[in-house]
Design a protein around this ligand. Structure first.
Ligand SMILES: Cc1cc2nc3c(=O)[nH]c(=O)nc-3n(C[C@H](O)[C@H](O)[C@H](O)COP(=O)(O)OP(=O)(O)OC[C@H]3O[C@@H](n4cnc5c(N)ncnc54)[C@H](O)[C@@H]3O)c2cc1C
Length: 422
């Protein structure tokens, strides 16, 4: 049994920022990660570029600088995917703080509870089960594993239960930059042979040259010339929290990756000599469990640029980007833009549970709202807010719910985090 002020489950963009933020507040932190590398989708998932914006002064600014992608913008028009291999080292160095014990290759296997209060985690390590006790636990597992095991109220997907498709991202090299196009997704009108590239892809799919569900061929630039980050493979109807569905999905995605490599080589000018050089070590999951909290935020609020007195993430901005749960492309015929919005502290407090905070894509919101705040910049800012909150609660000997949010906001603004409109 080991004792900590703060235990963070999951070392993705949210969990890393939660751990570092709590440690910088002086808390003793355990960071538990099931893979042998930190970074979550940012590394193991091969996901990039880092999309979305948040108000100034958060760890997001520090991280994009660290990873060498300071020019990244909201939807990736000028952004570039980071060097994933380098990121594995840079992020490991970043989290290598004297106050943080990092448990790699260690999965959350159970939750320690006293009544409705989460008091720690049981983790499956190479040495067997190990119990970690903590004043506050932060669930940054993306899939809300801790909250689920603790008995939180969970929702998944839209009304019919379908979730956004899973995708395996991969990197190709060998693009001739003089003619090889870039396509960042549905917002992009880049042309090929006089028509919009994505419409051209659709035509090729109609001719049988590409499976219909792979017709949205997204080709992001990376920090290296001649490379593209390909965000196109997809399998629909997968619930990644069902262990019997994972292998088949991963297998199909890896088949699609090489099918796409061949399609690009044969059909897209400048891509004749490309080859796959790397891919996610794991299936990329856009959507799984959402933890219902003290407040459930909606896409309508995000679109309107909502403000809350208990704001802890300010001026978050990204489109409502719903990859079609039932087929190809976007779920709705149009992209919905949002005004820069706030996320309230209540979205990070799982209803009916004490001692637990959630951060990252599994926070409390609707299916459509999740499709906006799930991007990495926003998840980083969420992680940081919960890390500071958890450290403060541990210091005061209170639960995260009992915190004075004004005091939390004061600490955040004192360290330069932009929380309020001028
Ligand atoms: C295919 C795809 C493309 C995307 N494209 C973009 C993009 O271009 N830009 C962008 O900004 N965002 C993009 N996103 C969204 C973004 O990557 C995620 O929403 C974001 O990474 C969520 O951050 P997180 O920290 O909440 O979760 P994650 O990044 O998923 O990290 C969660 C961490 O928890 C760990 N974990 C899970 N369960 C356990 C357990 N039981 N025990 C221990 N550890 C555990 C995981 O291993 C992982 O490291 C994309 C997502 C996908 C899937």
């Amino acid at each position: 049994m080991k004792f900590y002020d703060v235990i963070v489950a999951g070392a993705g963009p949210a969990g890393l920022c939660a751990a570092v933020a709590a440690a910088r507040q002086g808390a003793r932190v355990a960071l538990v990660e099931r893979y042998g590398v930190v970074g979550g989708n940012l590394t193991a998932g091969y996901v990039g570029p880092i999309l979305g914006m948040v108000g100034k002064g958060t760890l997001r600014d520090e991280l994009v600088k660290l990873l060498g992608v300071p020019e990244n913008d909201m939807i990736g028009e000028t952004g570039k995917a980071h060097d994933v291999e380098r990121a594995k080292l840079l992020l490991a160095r970043w989290v290598n703080h004297e106050n943080i014990d990092v448990y790699l290759q260690s999965s959350v296997a159970g939750v320690l509870k006293e009544g409705n209060r989460v008091t720690g985690l049981s983790i499956a390590t190479q040495e067997g089960l190990l119990d970690l006790k903590g004043s506050v636990v932060i669930d940054a597992t993306g899939d809300a594993v801790v909250s689920y095991l603790a008995g939180a109220h969970i929702e998944k997907g839209r009304e019919d239960g379908l979730m956004q498709p899973v995708t395996l991202e991969f990197t190709i090299d060998g693009v001739d930059e003089r003619i090889g196009l870039i396509c960042i997704g549905d917002v992009d009108n880049v042309q090929l042979n006089g028509i919009r590239f994505l419409d051209w892809c659709k035509q090729r799919a109609d001719e049988g040259k590409l499976p219909q569900k792979l017709a949205a061929v997204r080709l992001h630039p990376t920090v290296y010339s001649g490379q593209r980050q390909v965000n196109t493979t997809q399998v629909n109807g997968v619930d990644i929290t069902r262990v019997d569905q994972i292998f088949k999905a991963d297998l199909e995605l890896r088949e699609q990756m090489f099918l796409l490599e061949a399609f690009l080589r044969e059909n897209v000018p400048g891509y004749e000599n490309i080859r796959v050089i790397s891919s996610g070590t794991t299936t990329g999951v856009r959507e799984s469990r959402r933890v219902m909290g003290d407040y459930v935020i909606t896409a309508e609020e995000l679109a309107a640029g909502c403000r809350f007195p208990d704001v802890v993430v300010h001026k978050a901005e990204f489109i409502v980007d719903i990859h079609n749960p039932a087929g190809a492309g976007q779920a709705e015929d149009h992209i919905q833009y949002c005004k820069p919005y706030d996320l309230p502290y209540r979205c990070f407090l799982p209803a009916g549970l004490e001692g637990l905070l959630v951060a990252g894509r599994c926070i409390s919101g609707t299916h459509r709202a999740h499709a906006s705040y799930r991007v990495m910049s926003i998840c980083m800012a969420m992680g940081e807010a919960t890390g500071i909150a958890a450290a403060l609660a541990a210091r005061k000997g209170c639960t995260p719910r009992a915190l004075d949010v004004k005091e939390l906001q004061q600490i955040m603004t004192n360290q330069g985090i932009d929380l309020f409109d001028e």
